[in-house]
Design a binder for this molecule. Structure first.
Ligand code: 3HC
Length: 311
């Protein structure tokens, strides 16, 4: 019987069909999906902090309204993704505890500080641009709920990327001080954006199995290359320089050659030693503690409903 179930699972994945919550799946498949989707969700929620810091300091009502909409979208992406983990049997409260206690990861990119308003534009352009490169292939991931969540998320990411790029285009048409502010921001966010795609394939412990299960549809290096190739012409149009002296078009490869991020820095940030790791987790922990009364009230109300037989 187990062999038949395994065979049916393999056939479904190989046929590019979707594995659904009620389908049999290998424990390892379930485990790595919970790992990846939970960390994706954590990234969306923590990712609200860097830009959220600028909502009250946006230079105009229009910029404030756009930034509010974007940060609210990220919250929604996180909730979609936590819901997708629950279809795998994960418990949202347990995942939140794991995040707060540092037992699960979130994207390294959100451990860098947002020092000027140009960072809001560069995050939209580069960070959400990298997210689009990474998330569009996930619309074809083998697990149904994750693939469907990604379809909705990617539509909103396009708005995120465009609003960032439009903000930067406006600043680049401004004063020299504004143009310098944009270039400074690009210099600080370029390499951390390349790190978002994960370590080099040679150091990726999960890619091979995730590709075999069609959870991941491309390797880390493939998506990093795609992002560089997509971003170089955008940088030229914007009039900024990407801070990589090795960046140049390679006609033979049909791609851009580029330098390597500082992988020691990457692993230090992943291990929790980045500039903002402590601040980001402390903020998330406080938000969770401050919300305890809401959870208690909702649970008490639900219990009362059950007791009165109305639920
Ligand atoms: N930050 C933190 N940890 C990272 C990381 C990063 N940028 N890249 C890799 N890691 C971790 C992995 O989680 C893994 O650790 P684990 O086994 O304990 O989970 C380890 O480093 C080795 O990396 P692998 O390449 O083997 O791990 P994966 O196969 O999971 O690949 C990934 C990493 C490419 C991030 C993949 O998990 C993925 O595609 N996840 C879905 C997309 C996602 O999470 N994006 C994060 C940003 S969310 C975002 O951009 C929101 C937008 O609105 C701005």
């Amino acid at each position: 019987m187990a062999d038949e179930l395994e065979l049916a699972f393999e056939r479904t994945v190989q046929a590019e069909a979707r594995i659904e919550p009620r389908d049999w799946m290998p424990d390892g498949y379930r485990k790595t999906l919970i790992r990846q989707i939970a960390q994706h969700a954590h990234s969306e929620i923590i990712g609200m902090q860097p830009e959220g810091n600028w909502i009250s300091r946006a230079p105009s009502l229009r910029r404030k309204a756009i930034l509010l909409a974007k940060v609210q979208d990220e919250a929604g992406h996180g909730l979609y993704l936590y819901s997708a983990t629950e279809t795998l049997g994960a418990d949202r409260a347990d995942l939140t505890d794991k995040l707060i206690e540092g037992r699960q990861k979130y994207s390294s990119i959100f451990n860098y500080p947002t020092l000027t308003f140009a960072d809001v534009g560069v995050i939209g352009w580069l960070v959400d641009g990298a997210a689009i490169c990474n998330q569009v292939p996930l619309c074809r991931t083998s697990y149904g709920p994750y693939a469907r969540a990604m379809i909705r998320v990617c539509k909103e990411e396009s708005f995120h990327q465009r609003q960032g790029y439009e903000l930067l285009m406006t600043m680049m048409r401004g004063t020299q001080a504004q143009r310098d502010m944009v270039q400074d921001s690009v210099n600080r966010w370029w390499w951390p954006s390349l790190m978002m795609f994960g370590p080099p394939d040679s150091e990726s412990s999960n890619t091979e199995q995730s590709m075999a299960w069609r959870i991941k549809r491309n390797t880390n290096d493939e998506l990093r290359q795609k992002f560089v190739d997509m971003t170089v012409p955008q940088a030229e149009k914007l009039g900024v320089t990407l801070p990589d002296p090795l960046l140049k078009w390679n006609e033979e490869r049909g791609h851009h050659d580029f330098g390597q991020p500082d992988w020691d820095e990457f692993w230090q940030v992943v291990k929790g030693n980045g500039v903002c790791n402590e601040q980001r987790l402390a903020h998330r922990r406080k938000a969770h503690e401050d919300g305890a009364w809401v959870r208690e009230a909702a649970e008490a109300y639900a219990a009362k409903q059950v007791k009165e037989g109305v639920a």
